[in-house]
Design a binder for this molecule. Structure first.
Ligand SMILES: *[C@@H]1O[C@H](CO)[C@@H](O)[C@H](O)[C@H]1NC(C)=O
Ligand SMILES: *[C@@H]1O[C@H](CO)[C@@H](O)[C@H](O)[C@H]1NC(C)=O
Length: 186
């Protein structure tokens, strides 16, 4: 009786450990592949860190690549919302010139459009329409590049005030795109 109890406890614990290691294998394997595909944009450490942090809060944990993609889309949406709130704070600065103000407005439109696209992507993912996931991700990539280029050109000092946020956001989007390509084997 006692023995069976111990054995079953060991069984449960090892099942649990197996699941954890399975989850991080899933993350490290695919992050390795994504950083190999786009070494100039994606760092392996960033990919692993953000997915492991987000996965640790999920019950049940992610078990496949589509789950990880879903996590990335949620993170991207939250990041876009965060960028929009930074833009709205920056816009209150009375010392900005006309061009900076116009570019902030443009960026605000672009990130709102990205939020809208990310919602669409979430529903494409549910119905597994991966072609559309891919093309909408391409659109978002363009939006964030345009904002970053224009803001860098128009901002005093030539450095966009959103460059740190941009670095994170583009990585999330590129990793997502690589994951779609891995899923569809393209
Ligand atoms: C943006 O993404 C990063 C990296 O995954 C994450 O750690 C952070 O919490 C996100 N920011 C917001 C506001 O969701
Ligand atoms: C996918 O995109 C195509 C082209 O934009 C569109 O015609 C189609 O309706 C989309 N599929 C879904 C499920 O929305």
């Amino acid at each position: 009786m006692r023995f069976t109890l111990i054995v079953s406890k060991i069984f449960i614990v090892s099942l649990f450990l197996f699941q954890i290691s399975n989850g991080s294998d899933l993350i490290s394997k695919n992050c390795k592949e994504a950083s190999k595909r786009d070494p100039d944009i994606i760092t392996y450490d960033f990919c692993v860190a953000c997915l492991e942090e987000a996965s640790s809060k999920l019950h049940p944990p992610p078990t496949n690549l589509e789950d990880l993609l879903g996590i990335l889309i949620t993170l991207s949406k939250n990041n876009a919302t965060n960028v929009l709130s930074i833009i709205s704070k920056l816009s209150k600065d009375k010392s900005l010139d006309k061009f900076a103000i116009l570019t902030l407005q443009e960026c605000s439109d672009l990130y709102e459009q990205s939020e809208f696209y990310l919602d669409r992507i979430a529903s494409f993912l549910k119905s597994k329409v991966f072609d559309n996931v891919s093309s909408y991700l391409g659109g978002i990539r363009t939006f964030s590049d345009v904002c970053n280029d224009d803001l860098s050109a128009k901002w005093r000092g030539g450095i966009s005030p959103l460059s740190k946020e941009y670095q994170i956001f583009v990585q999330l989007i590129w990793i997502s795109n690589d994951f779609v390509n891995i899923i569809t084997k393209s």
